[in-house]
Design a protein around this ligand. Structure first.
Ligand code: SF4
Length: 469
């Protein structure tokens, strides 16, 4: 099992990795398919003239609040999550709505009228996963030429229905010895065993795995790019004020809190909650940017994007010996834990609720932070387990389908729990009662048993008990 650190941490746009970035990537994949030779053409005179898309399950229920329709249109215009300019998105969408055409680079123009050709189908879920999409291309006589089902499986990952079946089958298979990378750990137990045998830290093993695909310089440059994107997201979020989009009229709070904290810092007043306050404001800054559709990094998802940047900034702010290598080791350790969770359970709110998003982010952050605070591999595993255990059962019930309430504050609390978990683990000797693997399996089972109402459909929980005004 190998999931690159750059699959876990992907630069993109808000507000949701599964409901925004995934659908944009699915549209990119469908465009590539249309140009390819992977489908039989009835004759050389037959050309694709129009495209239709339908969204199903959670994408249909909360897609409007999550900007899924906008993401599909942008993807069909050839825009990609890591390069689309958030300031130009509205103009691109306006142009498609006005002309009824999509004009992706390298393609002819296709008919596509968002009002009629982009369907939010709340009645018929697709069988493979809660986040299903169907893309179809037609000729000039409206005859179907090619159709593909895609699933957005969390963290911006997109697979076809066939690939999803393969993934499910692979999850059950034992990991073949020596699978392409030197340390193919698929569980926390294997990770600890390999660490003990090799004498390497978790970050060193993850680095060795990554370096089978790229040079050390490329890896470091990529990790630095990820942190730079996270860091500038915090800085932007601390500067901007106002109401977030979507209709809930929720005001941004990070800037005002930050101003107060700076004033307090300058006046040397003693604040017993100092670290908590800074952690919270960093996390909220990121998630307010995400809610506004700004540039963010999946960590491991957009909804949970604030926890890891907040704890890295906390490491810089409160640990005098922080350095760039520390941040790289943090990201590698966090990605190792995130990969294990994704492989054995899920990081998708639509699959297992928010325990899979903010819970996974907190586990990854606790592991990364413990690593840079000098923890042993056993203490790191313990830190991740403590953080995840105390998110078990947490549902996903965003009000109005917007990644705002409870998501923004939830990231602040996730960051605080992650720091507490790292601190508790470091004070122990790594021996503990609940193994991380058992905790991950518990999350999977709890998510499986959880009612669909609490899995990013906004049909239960806070989403139905708070009056929108
Ligand atoms: S409640 Fe949690 S899982 Fe659901 S959208 Fe918000 S952050 Fe994501």
């Amino acid at each position: 099992m190998f999931l690159s650190v750059f699959d876990v941490f992907k630069i993109g746009v808000g507000p949701s990795s599964s409901h925004t970035m995934g659908p944009m990537s699915a549209a990119n994949r469908f465009l590539d398919l249309v140009l390819s030779n992977e489908w039989p053409r009835p004759s050389s005179n037959v050309h694709v003239e129009s495209i239709k898309v339908s969204l199903h399950g959670s994408l249909a229920h909360t897609g409007i609040g999550h900007g899924t329709g906008r993401a599909v249109i942008l993807g069909l215009m050839g825009e990609r999550p890591d390069s689309v300019d958030p300031d130009h998105m509205d103009a691109i969408i306006d142009e498609v709505e006005r002309s009824g055409r999509i004009m992706p680079p390298g393609h002819p123009a296709y008919r596509f009228q968002p009002k009629t050709d982009l369907i939010f189908d709340k009645k018929v879920p697709l069988p493979g996963h809660a986040n299903g999409m169907s893309f179809s291309a037609f000729d000039k006589d409206e005859r179907l030429l090619v159709k593909r089902i895609y699933y957005s499986v969390g963290g911006g990952f997109v697979v076809t229905d066939t690939e999803l079946e393969q993934m499910k089958a692979d999850r059950k298979k034992p990991v073949p010895a020596g699978e392409r990378v030197p340390f193919p750990f698929a569980s926390a137990k294997q990770m600890l065993e390999m660490s003990e045998r090799s004498g390497l830290s978790i970050a060193q093993m993850k680095r060795a795995n990554e370096e089978t695909h790229m040079s050390g310089e490329e890896l470091d440059a990529g990790l630095d790019r990820i942190w730079a994107a996270m860091s500038s997201c915090i800085d932007r979020g601390l500067k901007v004020d106002g109401i977030m989009p979507g209709g809930l009229k929720v005001r941004r709070r990070a800037r005002a809190i930050h101003d107060k904290l700076q004033e307090e810092w300058r006046s040397n007043r003693i604040n017993p909650l100092l670290a908590n306050d800074w952690l919270s404001v960093y996390a909220m800054a990121v998630n307010e940017e995400n809610a506004a559709g700004g540039r963010v990094v999946t960590a491991p998802t957009n909804g949970a994007a604030g926890v890891i940047p907040a704890t890295i900034r906390y490491y810089q702010h409160f640990h005098e010996d922080w350095d760039q290598d520390g941040i790289r080791n943090y990201l590698l350790t966090a990605a190792a834990v995130g990969g294990i969770i994704k492989h054995n359970a899920s990081i998708s709110g639509a699959e297992v609720g928010c325990q899979g998003e903010v819970g996974s982010a907190a586990a990854m952050a606790a592991a990364g932070l413990a690593a840079v605070m000098g923890a042993t591999p056993e203490q790191i595993e313990n830190a991740a387990e403590i953080a995840l255990e105390h998110h078990l059962g947490m549902t996903c019930d965003p009000i109005a389908g917007l990644v705002q309430v409870p998501c923004i504050e939830r990231n602040a609390l996730g960051a605080v729990k992650a720091v507490t978990a790292a601190s508790l683990a470091i004070k122990g000797d790594g021996q503990h009662f609940v193994p991380l693997d058992a905790c991950i399996e518990t999350m999977r089972q709890t998510g499986h048993d959880m009612s669909e109402k609490y899995k990013e459909t906004s049909t239960g929980g806070l989403a139905v008990n708070v009056v929108e005004c």
